[in-house]
Design a protein around this ligand. Sequence first.
Ligand code: FAD
Length: 499
Amino acid sequence: MNRLTALRRARELDALSSRTVDVLVVGGGVTGCGIALDAVTRGLTVALVEKDDLAHGTSRWSSKLVHGGLRYLGTGDVGLALESARERDVLLRVSAPHLVRALPMVAPLGADLGRRDGALLAAGHRAGDGLRRLAGTPRSALPAPRRLSVAETVRLLPAVRRTELRGALLGWDGQLEDDARLVVTLARTAASYGACVLTRVRALSTDGTCRDELTGAPVHLRARAVVNATGAWADTLAPQTRLRPSKGVHAVLPAAVLGHPAAAMTVPVPGERNRWVFAVPHPDGIVHVGLTDDPLDGPLPEVPRAQDSEIAFLLDTLSRGLAVPLDRADVVGSFAGVRPLLAGAQGRTADLSRRHAVVRGDDGAWTVLGGKLTTYRRMAQDAVDVLTDVPCRTKTLPLLGAHGPVPGGLPPRLVRRYGSEAGEVAQLAAADPRLLAPVAPGVPVLGVELAWGVAAEGALTAQDLLERRTRLSLVDAWGAAARPAAEAALAGERAGLPS
Ligand SMILES: Cc1cc2nc3c(=O)[nH]c(=O)nc-3n(C[C@H](O)[C@H](O)[C@H](O)COP(=O)(O)OP(=O)(O)OC[C@H]3O[C@@H](n4cnc5c(N)ncnc54)[C@H](O)[C@@H]3O)c2cc1C
């Protein structure tokens, strides 16, 4: 049973009123869903509660990079760098090869990157390649870094500024198809092993007191252990927790504005060491430009928003490497997230360690802090290690869709997003072939994707479909155009439910 539905949620909520589970996980981001999967595959009984929807928090606002840790070498944290490279390898080759691919990253050698900085970066790329080797990732999965000629640079980055261009440095890292899709896939995989995944259930404390956010009804869940995986919101349940949240912003541009680049472009932030703005091409003809990194003081917003000044910083920095500067009118969407960084160190948030920790509160509940998306599996392993002696299985465990035959003749975007489950998704159009068409003119998502979101991925509202099962809302115009189709998909499913 790997399908998450409204009906399953209702049944499981009901059944849990008379059951005690081994582990209650609070938070349905990448960390919480990773913990649920880790725990249930070690034979523990698991319930996960998420106050909103799967991937409602930071996990959908990442840069969607599966980092090999090169950045951490720059700050001297070799252990973290190697851990990242190992986790990248697991994601690329075992758990989610259908959702993670190799991304070429190109740093043009122009006026902004002097010969000394270029030499340092080339050395960094070689060190990053050493991490790849140590992590056991073959060259076939991540090719070797190398120097590019001017002609090769222009071919990969057609919009690059050619004045004083001496070529470029090419390195490789991992890129996710979609971070929210990874989270939903983790949740469904956990559910396929028997975990109860309950969205729209808010934990009010770490003693199992919760509220059904759909009805307002109190819910009491009994568990032998509680793990707080609420990321940047961890201190609302564990007040002793000390985090230093930092905000990161991306702008979304049509790929056409940058001449349809075939690689990510990185441009150094002037006056800073080891900080870059990058433009990463994504499927469906868009490019994400990131990334800011600024401390966020005061209460956390439920959904952070990008400020005009932050977008301007990204456009101005990237424009330094372009033949024609970008304009605010080029931006078709934007998004912002809050990193749940560990407190304790001084200095810029951009330099703070992305390490994680599992700590026990006075109430006996465990809280998982810090970390990053790439290392979610390791975070989950460390969290479940404190609960059981049974060995962890997730290093060799494929997620749903990761392996298995993919039938021929399917729309390529379904294979890209659903892997070996693509046939099952396409099957939803058997009775209505119109579901294999885009949901609105100019919008890339197909009708079956919305139908699958409701029938198998636990989408309960139109926002769930537009913002997390698909990422249509990343482009403002797509989100607006597809809303009627999302509402129709939900109504269609409800019409088929027993009343
Ligand atoms: C801008 C940006 C870019 C990033 N880019 C990358 C990258 O490219 N690669 C990478 O590896 N990492 C990246 N990261 C880091 C990574 O995204 C985060 O570390 C990770 O997603 C955190 O996941 P999480 O599950 O711990 O938290 P979240 O995803 O925030 O999940 C916590 C969940 O808990 C829920 N919740 C909160 N309170 C309650 C409650 N009381 N009851 C029930 N549920 C509750 C929330 O709704 C939320 O869904 C980036 C971060 C940012 C901000």
